[in-house]
Design a protein around this ligand. Structure first.
Ligand code: AMP
Ligand code: ZN
Ligand code: FE
Ligand code: FE
Length: 284
C-alpha cells in the first residue's frame, strides 16, 4: 500500500467478524493501512481494547459502529463515526439492540426447531469467539449459520441464509424494529457523523430515494463489492448533497473469506474530517 489509506468498515469478534479487535488491528498494520474504524454491528465493545492497542502499534483509529435499522419495513444499515465512546445515548442504543437481538435470535431458534433443526442457546453462544462476557458481544445470523453448520444441518453459511435464515426465508425473524429515523436522530444527538452503509444492497429504489432525502452526513461510496457504475452513482449522489464519501471493505474474516481488509478505503483527507469530530467529542 502506498500513501495514507484507512478502512472505515470492518467487523471483529465483538460482532460477526472472526478476528479479535487485537488481531484485526495487527492485520491492518501489517496490510499497510494507516487508519481504521471498527464498525461492529450494534456494538462499540471492541474499542475497550482497540484504543490502547492502536496507540501501541501506531495505527490511527476513531470510533465507529454499524447499526441495524428499519425504514418502512426494509432493513437499512447505517454507519456512525466519531462519537464519544462514553456517550450515554450510544451505550443505550447498543443496549436496546442487544435486547432486540436476544429476543429475535430466540424466535429464529424456535422457527428452526419447528423445521426439525434444533439449536440450543448454549450451542449458539459457543459460535461467538468473543473473549469476554458473552452477553456483551453481538450475536447475529452468521453465528446461527455457524451453529447450523456445526450441527450438520447445512454445508455452508450461504446455504443457511438461502434456505432458512435469509430475509423472507422460512425461519427468518426481523425482531422489534428500530427505525432509521429514530437511530439517525439519536446518533446526531450524540454528535456522531452518520452515513448510509453499502447503499447498493438496498434493492428497493423508493427506500434509497427516501434515504437520500434524510439528514445523513455521508454515504459509503467505496465498498468491496461495488462495480464501477455503482461507485459512480453514489459519488454523484454525495456530491449533489455535499455529503462525505466514506468507504471500507466490510471485512468479516473467515465468515466472508473473499473480502480482504483494506480492499476498499478512504484517503487521509476524509479520515481527518471524521477524526476531527472524534477529537471534538473529547476523545484521543
Ligand atoms: P443480523 O445482523 O444478525 O441480522 O445478520 C446480518 C449479517 O449477516 C449481515 O451483516 C451480514 O454480515 C450477514 N449476511 C446477511 N446475508 C447474508 C448471506 N446471504 N450470506 C452470508 N452472510 C449474510
Ligand atoms: Zn456482519
Ligand atoms: Fe451491513
Ligand atoms: Fe458491515
Amino acid at each position: 500500500m502506498t500513501g495514507f489509506q484507512a478502512d472505515l468498515h470492518c467487523h471483529s469478534t465483538c460482532s460477526d467478524g472472526t478476528l479479535s479487535p487485537r488481531d484485526l488491528l495487527l492485520l491492518a498494520k501489517s496490510t499497510g493501512l494507516s487508519g481504521i474504524s471498527i464498525t461492529d454491528h450494534d456494538s462499540i465493545e471492541a474499542y475497550e481494547t482497540a484504543i490502547p492497542i492502536a496507540k501501541e502499534i501506531g495505527l490511527e483509529i476513531f470510533s465507529g459502529a454499524e447499526f441495524s435499522t428499519t425504514l418502512n419495513g426494509v432493513s437499512v444499515h447505517i454507519l456512525a463515526y466519531g462519537f464519544s465512546l462514553q456517550h450515554p445515548l450510544i451505550h443505550a442504543l447498543c443496549q436496546t439492540h442487544n435486547l432486540r437481538r436476544l429476543n429475535r435470535n430466540r424466535t429464529i431458534l424456535d422457527n428452526l426447531a419447528k423445521h426439525q433443526l434444533p439449536i440450543t442457546e448454549e450451542e449458539l453462544m459457543e459460535c461467538s469467539t468473543f473473549e469476554g462476557a458473552q452477553s456483551k458481544a453481538t450475536i447475529g445470523r452468521p453465528h446461527i449459520a455457524m451453529a447450523m453448520i456445526k450441527k450438520g444441518y447445512v454445508k455452508n453459511i450461504r446455504e443457511a441464509f438461502d434456505k432458512y435464515i435469509g430475509e423472507e426465508r422460512c425461519c427468518y425473524a426481523p425482531g422489534e424494529p428500530i427505525t432509521t429515523e429514530d437511530t439517525l436522530e439519536t446518533l446526531h444527538k450524540a454528535n456522531s457523523i452518520v452515513v448510509i452503509a453499502h447503499p447498493h444492497l438496498i434493492l428497493n429504489s423508493s427506500i434509497v430515494q427516501q434515504l437520500l432525502k434524510m439528514d445523513f452526513d455521508g454515504i459509503e461510496g467505496y465498498y468491496s463489492r461495488f462495480n464501477n457504475d455503482q461507485n459512480k452513482r453514489w459519488l454523484k449522489a454525495a456530491k449533489k448533497k455535499n455529503w462525505l464519501v466514506t468507504g471500507g471493505s466490510d471485512f468479516h474474516g473467515d465468515t466472508k473469506p473473499n473480502i480482504a481488509l483494506g480492499c476498499s478505503w478512504v484517503s487521509e483527507e476524509t479520515f481527518r474530517v471524521i477524526q476531527q469530530r472524534f477529537i471534538e467529542n473529547g476523545e484521543m
